[in-house]
Design a protein around this ligand. Structure first.
Ligand SMILES: [Mg+2]
Length: 433
């Protein structure tokens, strides 16, 4: 439902009042039709027994004050009434009230199980599509591109097997859920359990781990406090904290709201979670930019708007706080998102350096219009294929929704139960608060 809502919002924003021109309304955009159909298939809408009463009761309330049930009631009222009228959708579309209701719906469901699953499955599926191509060069992949979820490659895994990126993100999800917040020691213990005991992996095998992560876990085993284990040198800026940071966005929105970028406390939590393995400011800022973009996508922004707003909000905070300024120049290229999106592929690097990884991920998101193409573009850039794909896959999963992930890839994904369990556990934990 959220994926359909995001697409419908995109339609309402771009077409605006023209959507209610009567001759056009008979041919409403496919994005609107898909959302309309999804709403009728969603129990929360269709079976909303007292929608009429609810809808009237909340009619005068500002949209920002509506609860989830009230939003559903209002939307159901509009849809049911529109059934018997040729023009009833005109007013809510023209005056923007339907758009406002959809925006509020996305805000209220941004930490629900659907939203969590869209990010986690988006990441895991993309990671799995990228695993067989890891270490292949762009030239090799140009000659023989990856076009589907397959097995083999350097790691010799069966098709659908995800790697360290997803495993470490799962450690964070389970920790956030079970500790009801951020517990640095608990997260590190889970990382060690994955590395040493093969937990949090689809086949009980940890087959891929980065150097900086290995060193950080070694330091933790020696008794160094969790917050100080991450490498802090300029050479320690691999993509190992960026690739596992996504689940933190749900905790931050749940605790601080969609504007957590104005909260010093929230921003320091991003630092803390990155620093467990990657403590250099470049790595920490990469995580902050990424989570702000994820937030805007969760709230239904179109891709270019989400990227520009995410970059701006994050860099505003980092620029006005001590300790980051020294290397903020490495983000120059993404400050102007439309110019960045227009760069030719030859200017996009897709190696393990965190700046390259984030750039490559954003460039793929900006230059495709569906989940499948986005992930395949990332994988076929070559080099650190699984991580570039996982990083952009989480964003694409959020934007296109679970329904936007090819069903054959969802069916072929390994270790699905663990992924479902972690999404359910985090949703239950956030909704208990
Ligand atoms: Mg990997």
């Amino acid at each position: 439902m959220r994926g359909a809502t995001i697409k419908c919002l995109e339609y309402l924003r771009t077409v605006g009042a023209e959507a209610c021109d009567h001759t056009q309304r008979l041919h409403l955009d496919a994005r609107f039709d898909a959302w309309h159909k999804a709403a009728y298939e969603d129990k929360g809408f269709l079976d909303y027994g007292d929608y009429f009463e609810h809808a009237n009761a909340c009619r005068e309330k500002p949209v920002q004050a509506l609860t989830l049930n009230e939003v559903r009631g209002r939307i159901t009222f509009i849809l049911r009434t529109a059934r018997g009228s040729d023009t009833f959708l005109d007013e809510p579309i023209r005056e923007g009230s339907l758009k406002a209701l959809l925006e509020r719906y996305l805000e209220l469901t941004a930490t629900g199980s659907d939203a969590i699953a869209s990010g986690i499955f988006g990441m895991a599926v993309a990671d799995a599509v990228g695993v067989p191509a890891e270490f292949k060069s762009r030239e090799e992949l140009r000659a023989r591109p990856i076009t589907d979820m397959i097995g083999g490659g350097a790691h010799q895994q069966v098709a659908g097997t995800w790697s360290d990126d997803t495993s470490m993100a799962l450690c964070l999800v389970f920790s956030l859920a079970e500790r009801n917040g951020i517990d640095a020691d608990d997260i590190m213990k889970r990382f060690c359990d994955w590395y040493e005991n093969d937990a949090y992996s689809p086949h009980g095998e940890c087959f891929d781990i980065g150097m900086t992560v290995t060193k950080a876990l070694g330091r933790y085993a020696e008794g160094i406090p969790a917050d100080e284990c991450g490498g802090a040198g300029a050479q320690d800026n691999g993509n190992g904290s960026l690739m596992r940071i996504l689940p933190l966005v749900y905790h931050l929105i749940s605790r601080y709201g969609g504007t957590f970028g104005t909260s010093d406390e929230a921003m320091r939590l991003i630092d803390q979670v990155s620093s467990l393995t990657h403590r250099h400011p470049i790595s920490r800022v990469a995580c902050g930019i990424y989570l702000h973009i994820a937030t805007r996508l969760l709230l239904g922004d179109a891709v270019p708007d989400a990227v520009q707003r995410g970059v701006d909000t994050a860099l505003d905070w980092y620029t006005s706080h001590d300790g980051y300024k020294v290397r903020l120049d490495c983000w120059t290229r993404i400050r102007d998102v439309s110019a960045f999106a227009a760069l030719p592929e030859d200017e996009i690097r897709s190696g393990g350096y965190v700046v390259d990884t984030l750039e490559a991920a954003l460039w793929c998101l900006l230059n495709t219009d569906n989940y499948r193409d986005c992930v395949l573009k990332a994988v076929n850039l070559g080099s650190d294929t699984d991580t570039v794909a996982a990083v952009v896959g989480g964003l694409a999963g959020i934007h296109y929704g679970l329904d936007g992930i090819p069903s054959a890839w969802m069916d072929g994904l390994q270790g699905k139960k663990m992924l479902i369990d972690c999404c359910d556990a985090l949703a239950a934990s956030l909704n208990r608060r």
